[in-house]
Every structure is written in structure tokens, then in C-alpha cells.
Design a protein around this ligand. Sequence first.
Ligand code: ATP
Length: 328
Amino acid sequence: MPKTIKKVGVLTSGGDSPGMNAAIRSVVRTCAYHNIECIGIYRGYQGMIEGDFKEMGPRSVNNIVNKGGTILKSARSSEFKTAEGRHKAHENLLKAGVDALVVIGGDGTFTGALLFNKEFDFPIMGIPGTIDNDIFGTSHTLGYDTALNTVVEVIDKIRDTASSHNRLFFVEVMGRDAGHIALNAGIGAGAEEILIPEEDLGLERLLESLQKSKASGKSSSIVVIAEGDKIGKNVFELKDYVEANLPEYDVRVSVLGHMQRGGSPSCFDRVLASRLGVKAVESLIDGKSNFMVGLQNDAVSLTPLEQAIKGKTMIDRELLRVSDIMST
Ligand code: ATP
């Protein structure tokens, strides 16, 4: 018989992403629906160590479905990486009567959760919240779709300037280890070339491609570059390199930065967050633990946390081909 869950704690941890609030709302309201108490834990694992808790009911999450960021705040906690820190956190949960956790974050958050479960046999479910979409076991992480829409909207604006002045723009987007944002937003915004960490295009091919597009009559171009691309130069060095080799180009750089993490979540992210929150709480009620809830083939699924942490996400290589064809 699974242990009856009476009180669920929910926290957000690691980098924030749009849709985290909608997921908190979903967890809180699913608990209320099943007559389970819920507490919000502020500042991720650090708040767990400090006992920074707040009782939450369905009305505490009014008007947040549309808000970016996280009302529970997020933090990176080095203390939680110590046995002593985790022990304090466990004591606080026991004192507050919390008997299960939903953690919303990335693979670091899941690594901490798994360790905590092993040490204290504490039921935990994870919800993937990161704009990078680099978590195994889900086609979409919370915030990814919103970030794509933000990037496309900004590149559309940059294109207006690029085409008015016959310029080449290098636009750097987030993605240290994964090119999902660059690849999809690049195609969506009509980029000439897309540079991603998974694929080394090479400097020569980049120059060739830019020369080809000039020769074909294009007067302006946009190159989307993921921050972790493998070409071996940062975006400003790349600009200098291209200007030195193709003097006919006037190159400008735009680094989009943290704006990609902000903003009101897209409808897709709100619906996803609502579905994942329901599944996380109902899985705990069913006695499940150590899973990440995600989306696979449009259905909500469970992936063991261990696999979600260790598995590698792959880019869709067909998208590279589509991008090549589109820049003809
Ligand atoms: P993002 O993808 O936005 O970086 P993340 O969840 O991967 O999100 P991290 O900073 O890596 O972000 O992890 C969040 C928190 O999880 C850390 O601050 C720490 O408290 C906890 N954590 C990460 N790794 C471990 C670990 N090995 N042991 C215990 N706790 C950990």
C-alpha cells in the first residue's frame, strides 16, 4: 500500500522560465481538488534549508497563469549539495508535516531531488522547467515555446534594420549545450545560417555560404548563433573574422541574453504547465516517486528521474536540412 499523501511541498529551482507560475498554480489547485494540503517553498532548496514555507490554497495562485518568472522565487543552493544542508531541509519538511515534493527545475534540480529521495526515502516528482529544452524524456520543457516566440519576435525586428541598411546581423541566442532554440527560432525567423553546439559548421563554410547569398542577390542576412556553438570564436570575434574576409559586409552583433527567459508564457506553455502539474500530484497520490513528468508524442508521460538526468536530448537533423533548403 502506498503511503497516503497529506501535504505536498512545491518549489522552483535553478534558472527561472516562463510557465513556472502556471505549474505552481496547477500543483496547488490539483492538491486542493484532491483535498491535500500544499505549501510553497521559497527560493528552491535554500528555502527548504531555511524553512521558508507558506501554506497555499487555490486562491493563493490567482492571476499568475499569465506571469513569467516564479512567485516562489528561485535560487541556486550550494548548501543543499552538503549532507548537513539536506539534513536540515528534511527536518524542516518533517516539522511542517510535508510528506511529498514537486520540484520544478532543470537537471541540477533533479540530481538534488534524487539524492534527497535516496537519503530520506522522500517521495518526489520533477517538472522540467528550463528554456533550453535540453532535458531527456520530454519533447518540450516549460518555457521553451515562449522563448522561441520571444526570439522570433526580436529577430523579426532586427530584420527590419538589416534589410533597410543592407547589413549582416549575428544574433546570439541562449543554448550553451543545446541548439534547440537557435535551430527552431532560426528557421522560424528565416535565418541565413544557424550555428549550434551539436554541429561544427566551420568558418570556411560560413564564409562560402555568405558569399553565395550575396551573389544570389540577397542584400541583408541574419545568422543565428547559439552561445555554445563549436566554431571556436565568440560572436564578436566571428564578426571581426567575417569583416576581415568579406569586406563587402557590414556586420552587426546582437546578443539577446536574459530577455529570452522573461515574459508572459505562451498558451502552449500554460497548457503544458497545467497538464504536468496535475500529473505530478496525481502520480504522488498513486504512490509513485522519482519520476519526471513530461510530454511525449503529445501525451503526458513519466520518465525515471535518473534517465531524465543522464539521457541526452538530440536535435532533429532534418531541421538542419530544412534550414539549408530555406536559405537557397
Ligand atoms: P538550469 O537548467 O536552469 O541551470 P538546474 O536545475 O540545472 O536549472 P542547477 O543550478 O544546476 O540548475 O541546480 C539547481 C540546484 O539543485 C542547485 O543550486 C543545488 O541546490 C541543487 N543541486 C544541483 N546539483 C546537485 C547535486 N549534485 N547534489 C545536490 N544538490 C544539487
